[in-house]
Design a binder for this molecule. Structure first.
Ligand code: DGL
Length: 265
């Protein structure tokens, strides 16, 4: 048993999709969420800068005495999870491995597509890790960074989103994929259009639920679970907390349990 909070961090507010699932899976846990809204997006930045920012975010949460860290951002998890783990004396999990395991369980024809930010796709981590687990699987990747501002603007079901989805998803024409990994915190908010364009025979896998389950497993194994009757939630952002509060409903599916507070790293 350990009642210290879980830390979740992200380049912005997309990680609230993961926060939501962690809260469902682990209702007795206190959680601190940190989103770097002053410097989002990370997905079009270099690995060096993403790593520098990610370590700052992790250090902020470590000072809050978290018992573990969840890197909810696909871009950070893909480019520099190990660098974050190096500076942390607590367990750190990312979102790549849980999504990969889910996709491998899901695919029947061993053809998997991946769509994420430029940095995530350029890292090549999905191909590498999937091949390590099953070398007979074929992987097809596509960057889709334009979905992110569309989703944040509330345009996820707009005609403009459909047109962009058609452009991006062309990549998968003729590949015969039966599973598509949505390798970005935001993309679960666009499943309707993605599914419509790619076809309902392709199963969409995202990392939020599998990551929450993996976290529960980790806390159980390390005897770090907590059963707080009154868990405490804190949400910190590095800019524009009022905008975050307004937009957050889309990601969190509900009103946030607390109002976000602005912090300086
Ligand atoms: N959170 C990022 C991800 O999951 C998307 C936003 C960004 O580019 O920073 O990849």
């Amino acid at each position: 048993m350990n009642s210290r909070p879980i830390g979740i961090f992200d380049s912005g507010i997309g990680g609230l999709t993961v926060f939501k699932e962690v809260l469902k899976e682990l209702p007795g846990e206190s959680i601190i969420y940190l989103g770097d809204t002053a410097r989002v997006p990370y997905g079009t930045r270099s690995k060096e800068i993403i790593e520098e920012f990610a370590v700052e975010l992790a250090e902020f949460l470590l000072k809050k005495n978290v018992k573990c860290l969840v890197v909810s951002c696909n871009t950070i998890s893909s480019t520099c999870l190990e660098a974050v783990q190096k500076v942390c004396e607590v367990p750190v999990i990312g979102v790549v491995d849980p999504a990969i395991k889910e996709a491998i369980k899901t695919t029947e024809n061993k053809k998997i597509g991946v769509i994420g930010t430029n940095a995530t796709i350029e890292s090549g981590i999905y191909e590498r890790k999937i091949k390590e687990m099953d070398s007979s699987i074929n992987i097809f990747s596509q960057a889709g960074s334009l979905f992110i501002p569309l989703i944040e603007e509330g345009f996820s079901s707009h005609e403009a989103a459909r047109q962009i989805a058609k452009e991006y998803l062309k990549r998968f024409d003729g590949t015969d994929i039966d599973t598509l990994i949505l390798a970005c915190t935001h993309f679960p908010l666009m499943t309707d259009i993605i599914s419509e364009v790619i076809g309902s025979n392709v199963i969409l896998v995202d990392s939020a639920k599998p990551t929450a389950k993996e976290l529960k497993k980790l806390l159980t194994e390390k005897d770090l679970l907590s059963d707080n009757l009154l868990p405490v939630y804190q949400i910190f952002v590095t800019d524009a907390p009022d905008r975050v509060y307004k937009v957050s409903q889309r990601f969190f599916g509900n009103k946030l349990p607390v109002k976000p507070k602005k912090v300086t790293l």
